[in-house]
Design a protein around this ligand. Structure first.
Ligand code: FAD
Length: 559
C-alpha cells in the first residue's frame, strides 16, 4: 500500500531536505515534521560565525521557517515537539509538546529519523557548571554571547581542536577574547594526518591562540571571582571566563535504541543501502546513522551536512518510489573542509590514520603516499600561495584512496576535484591526465591536483620511487640533501650528505654504489631530478616525499 502519511523526526539538515523533496514528489502526501528545538532548517554550519559576529543577525541563520514550510510546502512543522517513543507495532510516535506540557500520539505510515548528533561531554567534573557551553544550535549561541557579554569574558578555553573547536576558537578570537585550545591528540584537526595540521598550528599561534596539545580535560571548577579553572591532564590549570566543549558528537540514537532498532558497530543507527532501518517502515538519515566508506567498505560515523542533506532528499525519493524501489545511497567519502586563522584544510576519502584503523579491522590496503607542494595559481600572477596536497593511492593499481590539502587558498578546489575522482574509482593516471580549467589567476597549466598524481604515477611506475621520512633512519640508506648551501646552513637532516642539485651531475661518481640513496630538497622537485640523475647511473635512488618541509612538519608533531 502506498504511503499516505510521512512523519519526520528532526527538522534541520536531513529532516527538512526530506520533507521538501517528498512534497515536490507527491502533492497527496501528509507530511509532519517534529522538531524539539525552537527552529527548523537552520544553518548549524554558520553558528561559529554568528558567535564571531561575522553573521550579524540570528535570522540570517534561518534557512526556512515553519511558516514557509506550511505555506509553500504544505508541511505541518511542529517545533518544540519532542518525539519521546516509537510504538513500532502501532506505527505511532509519542510526542511531547514542550510548550504546552502535554503528550499525544502521532501515527505514521513511513517514519524518517533525522535526529542528528549531540555534543559529547567528557566524563570529568564540572562540565555542567555555568559558563561551560557546547555549540549545537541557535540557543547555544545565544547563551554563549549572553554569558560573554554579561561577564565581560576576556579569556576562553575551547576543549577539543576538531573542526568545530577551531572554528569557534577563531570566532571568539575575532571578538577580542583570548583563546586557549586544549586537544587530546598531538595535533589540531584530528580527522587529518598529523603533519597536515601543522600549518594550522602556526596560523593559530600567530593569531594569538594558545595550544595545549596531547592533553585532555581533567576537570573544571568554579573560582571565587566568578571565573572557571580548567585542569588539564598534564597538570596545567588554565583560568577562563568561559569554556566551550567541542569534544566531538555522538549520534542521537536514544529513540531508535528504545524502539529496538538495530545499531551499527560505530554506535549509529544501522541502515541498508536504501536508508531503511531494521524496521521496514522506518528510515534514518544524517549524523545519527552509520555510513559506508566508499573506499574501504567499512561503516563509520560521518557527521557532515552534505551526506545528511543528500540522504534526507534520497529517503523521500525511496519512500515515494515504493517498496524495493528508489535510489541507493552509495556510501561516503567524508569530504570535509575547515577554514581557520587564514588557513584552509580539507580532506576526502581515507587518511593514513583511517587506513591504519581499517587494517586493524581486517581491511588492509597497501598504499603509496606522496606530497605535492605547489602554488595555488601561476607564480607570476600576484598573490600566489603555497598549498600542500597529500595523496594516497593503492599500490596495486594506483586507485586514489584519499587526499588531504592545506594552505591559504585554492585548497578546497583541489580536494573537491580529487573527491570526484575517488567517487568514480579513478587512478593516479586518470588524475594526471584530467583536464582542469586554467588561467594564471586561478591555477597552473599543471594544476597542483595533476601534479600530485604525476608524482604518484612516477612513484608507482618506478620512474621516481619515493621514500617515507619515518623509514629513513631504520632503512640505512644514504640521505642526500640537494638544496643550496644557504638552505643547508639554515638546517638539515643529521647525518645527511650535501651536494646541491646543480653540482650533482659532476659528482655522481662520488656517491656510494652499495646503498640506496634517498634524496631530499625543500619540497621534492629538485630531489626528483636528483633521483632521475642518480638512477641513470645504475644506483638505486628514492625521493623523500614532501622534502624538508614535510620532515620539519613531522618532527614538530612527533610524540
Ligand atoms: P541536525 O541538522 O543536527 O538536526 C537534527 C535535529 O533533530 C535537531 O535540530 C534536534 O533538535 C532534532 N531532534 C533530535 N532528537 C529529536 C527528537 N527526539 N524529537 C524531535 N526532534 C529531535 N557540517 C559540514 O559539512 N560543514 C560544516 O562546516 C559544518 N559546521 C558545523 C558547525 C557546527 C557548530 C555544528 C554543530 C555542526 C556543523 N556541521 C558541519 C555538521 C552538520 O551541521 C551536520 O552534519 C548536519 O546538520 C546533520 O544533519 P542531521 O539532519 O543529521 O541533524
Amino acid at each position: 500500500m502506498s504511503v499516505r502519511k510521512l512523519l519526520i523526526i528532526g527538522g534541520v539538515a536531513g529532516g527538512a531536505s526530506c520533507a521538501a523533496r517528498a512534497r515536490r514528489t507527491r502533492e497527496d502526501l501528509s507530511i509532519v515534521i517534529l522538531e524539539k528545538g525552537p527552529f527548523v532548517s537552520f544553518a548549524n554550519c554558520g553558528l561559529p560565525y554568528y558567535v564571531g559576529n561575522l553573521i550579524k543577525k540570528e535570522e540570517d541563520l534561518l534557512v526556512a521557517s515553519p511558516e514557509l514550510f506550511r505555506k509553500r510546502f504544505a508541511v505541518d512543522v511542529r517545533v518544540l515537539s519532542e518525539a519521546v517513543a516509537i510504538d513500532r507495532d502501532k506505527k505511532i510516535v509519542r510526542v511531547r509538546d514542550l510548550a504546552a506540557g502535554r503528550e499525544y500520539d502521532e501515527p505514521y505510515d513511513a517514519l524518517v529519523l533525522s535526529p542528528g548528533a549531540r555534543p559529547f561531554a567528557p566524563p570529568v567534573p564540572g562540565t555542567g557548571l555555568p559558563g561551560v557551553f557546547s555549540v549545537r544550535n541557535i540557543p547555544d549561541c545565544r547563551d554563549i554571547l549572553d554569558w560573554a557579554g554579561k561577564n565581560r569574558v576576556g579569556e576562553a578555553v575551547v576543549v577539543g581542536g576538531g573542526y568545530i573547536g577551531v572554528e569557534i576558537a577563531e570566532n571568539l578570537a575575532r571578538r577580542g577574547i583570548r583563546v586557549a585550545i586544549v586537544e587530546r591528540e598531538k595535533h589540531l584537526l584530528p580527522p587529518l594526518d598529523p603533519e597536515m595540521a601543522v600549518p594550522v598550528h602556526a596560523a593559530a599561534k600567530k593569531a594569538g591562540v594558545e595550544l595545549h596539545l596531547s592533553q585532555s580535560l581533567a576537570g573544571i571548577a568554579a573560582e571565587p571571582g566568578g571565573k572557571l579553572s580548567v585542569s588539564l591532564s598534564l597538570g596545567r590549570v588554565l583560568s577562563a571566563g568561559m569554556v566551550i566543549l567541542a569534544t566531538g558528537v555522538v549520534p542521537e540514537t536514544g529513540l531508535a535504541r528504545a524502539a529496538g532498532l538495530a545499531l551499527g558497530e560505530s554506535g549509529g543507527i544501522a541502515v541498508d543501502s536504501r536508508l531503511r532501518t531494521s524496521d521496514p517502515h522506518i528510515w534514518a538519515v544524517g549524523d545519527a546513522v552509520e555510513k559506508t566508506s566508499l573506499v574501504t567498505g567499512l561503516s563509520r560515523l560521518v557527521p557532515l551536512a552534505g551526506p545528511a542533506n543528500r540522504q534526507g532528499r534520497m529517503a523521500a525519493d525511496i519512500i515515494c518510489a515504493g517498496e524495493g524501489k528508489g535510489p541507493e545511497y552509495r556510501g561516503t567519502l567524508g569530504t570535509s573542509v575547515v577554514g581557520a586563522f587564514g588557513m584552509t584544510a580539507a580532506a576526502t576519502g581515507e587518511t593514513e590514520k583511517s587506513l591504519a584503523a581499517a587494517a586493524k579491522k581486517g581491511v588492509s590496503i597497501p598504499y603509496e603516499r606522496v606530497y605535492a607542494q605547489a602554488l595555488d595559481h601561476a607564480e607570476y600572477y600576484p598573490g600566489a600561495k603555497t598549498l600542500i596536497i597529500k595523496l594516497l593511492v593503492r599500490k596495486e593499481d594506483g586507485r586514489i584512496l584519499g587526499a588531504q590539502a592545506v594552505g591559504e587558498q585554492g585548497v578546497e578546489k583541489r580536494v573537491d576535484v580529487i573527491a570526484a575522482m575517488i567517487f568514480k574509482h579513478a587512478t593516479a593516471a586518470d588524475l594526471e591526465n584530467l583536464d582542469l580549467c586554467y588561467a594564471p589567476q586561478f591555477g597552473s597549466a599543471k594544476d597542483p591536483a595533476n601534479l600530485a598524481a604525476m608524482i604518484a604515477g612516477n612513484a608507482l611506475s618506478g620512474f621516481a620511487p619515493v621514500a617515507r621520512w619515518e623509514e629513513a633512519e631504520a632503512y640505512g640508506a644514504v640521505i642526500l640533501d640537494v638544496r643550496t648551501p644557504f638552505e643547508w646552513k639554515r638546517g638539515h637532516v643529521p647525518g645527511a650528505l650535501h651536494i646541491p642539485v646543480d653540482e650533482l651531475r659532476q659528482n655522481l661518481d662520488s656517491l656510494p654504489e652499495d646503498k640506496e640513496i634517498w634524496t631530499y630538497c625543500y619540497v621534492g622537485a629538485r630531489s626528483h631530478l636528483a633521483v632521475r640523475m642518480i638512477s641513470q647511473t645504475g644506483r638505486k635512488a628514492r625521493n623523500l616525499t614532501g622534502g624538508y618541509a614535510i620532515y620539519q612538519m613531522m618532527k614538530s608533531v612527533e610524540d
